[in-house]
Write a protein that binds this ligand. Structure first.
Ligand code: SIN
Length: 279
C-alpha cells in the first residue's frame, strides 16, 4: 500500500490512505504525515478499524498527551475522552460553537485526534474553519486592528460550575463533563498567531474561549471579537467533515477552529478523543 494524501478540494483537509494504523508507523511516514498535517491542517484517515491503543500510539507520533481538565476519561484510560451523545438525549449539543481545543490553557494543545466509534446514519458532521484563510480574507484595515493584540482566554463560560456545561447541565448529559474552578483561570495569547512550525499567520481561537482583549474595554473588545468571528467562520473558510465508521481525524488547533453539528436525533454518536499537548 502506497501512502496517498489527497486534498479534500475544500479550503483545508486531506484524505490519507495507504496506511494501516493498527500497526506502528516508521519515522519517514510520520515525517510525511506531519508535513501533510501542517499543509492541510486536517487529516482524515478512512477505513481504519483501530482500537484505543492504536489511537494513543497515533497521537504520540505528533507530541505528548495533552491535559484534558474538564472531561472524565473513559474507563481504563487516562488520555481518552468520549465525545458522546445518546439517541434520546435532549441537552444542547456539545461543542456546537466554533473553538480551538483548550485554548484557555497556559500552553494550549497542538492538535486533537478523534476516532469514530458509533457513527449515526447521517448528520453529526464536524466543521473546520481555516484560520489562515480567514485572516488572509479579512480587509487589511481589520488585520491592522488585530495584529499585535493579546486575547484573554478562559474556560469560565463553558466549564465553570455555573457555565454552559456546569453543574445544572450534568444530569441530562451522557458525556462525562466535569466543571470545576480550574475554569476560572485566565491566560493571554496573541490574537493573531504566527504558527510555531510554519510561520503562517492566522487568528487563534475565538469568542467564547476568548473573553476579552488585554488593555481594551469590554465595550470595544467584544464587538471587535464579534466582527473577527464573522470573518473566522465565513462559508468559504469552512470544510465540512462527514464521518464514516472506522475513521480517524487529526487536526491542528493552531490553524483551524472546529464545531460539532447535529441532525442525528434518535441515533447514538460516539467518538474517542485524545489531545496532543504543546511540544
Ligand atoms: C470536539 O469539539 O471535540 C467535538 C467535535 C464533534 O463532536 O464533532
Amino acid at each position: 500500500m502506497a501512502l496517498s494524501i489527497q486534498p479534500t478540494g475544500h479550503v483545508c483537509g486531506a484524505r490519507v490512505t495507504g496506511l494501516d494504523l493498527t500497526t506502528s508507523l516508521d519515522d519517514t511516514t510520520v515525517a510525511a504525515l506531519r508535513d501533510a498535517w501542517l499543509e492541510h491542517h486536517v487529516l482524515v484517515f478512512p477505513g481504519q478499524p483501530i482500537d484505543d491503543d492504536d489511537l494513543e500510539r497515533f497521537a504520540r507520533y505528533f507530541g505528548p498527551f495533552g491535559h484534558d481538565p474538564f472531561f472524565g476519561p473513559i474507563p481504563g484510560r487516562e488520555h481518552i475522552a468520549a465525545i458522546r451523545r445518546d439517541a434520546d438525549e435532549t441537552s444542547p449539543l456539545f461543542a456546537e460553537n466554533f473553538h480551538s481545543d483548550w485554548s484557555f490553557q497556559e500552553r494550549p494543545p497542538q492538535g486533537t485526534v478523534l476516532r469514530s466509534v458509533v457513527t449515526p446514519p447521517s448528520g453529526g458532521d464536524t466543521l473546520f474553519a481555516d484560520q489562515h484563510a480567514a485572516y488572509a480574507a479579512m480587509p487589511s484595515v481589520l488585520r491592522e486592528r488585530i495584529d499585535g493584540l493579546r486575547a484573554i482566554h478562559s474556560a469560565k463560560l463553558p466549564y465553570s460550575k455555573e457555565g454552559t456545561y456546569g453543574e445544572a447541565d450534568r444530569s441530562a448529559r451522557s458525556m462525562d463533563i466535569r466543571p470545576s474552578d480550574e475554569a476560572l483561570a485566565e491566560f493571554v495569547h496573541p490574537l493573531v498567531l504566527e504558527h510555531p512550525e510554519t510561520g503562517r499567520r492566522g487568528v487563534f481561537s475565538t469568542l467564547g474561549y476568548i473573553i476579552g482583549i488585554e488593555g481594551m474595554a469590554p465595550e470595544e473588545a467584544i464587538p471587535l471579537l464579534k466582527e473577527v468571528y464573522d470573518w473566522q467562520t465565513r462559508e468559504e473558510v469552512i470544510y465540512r467533515h462527514v464521518w464514516e465508521p472506522d475513521m480517524l481525524v487529526l487536526w491542528d488547533n493552531r490553524s483551524v477552529l472546529h464545531a460539532a453539528t447535529g441532525g442525528y436525533e434518535g441515533h447514538d454518536r460516539l467518538l474517542h478523543r485524545t489531545t496532543i499537548g504543546a511540544a
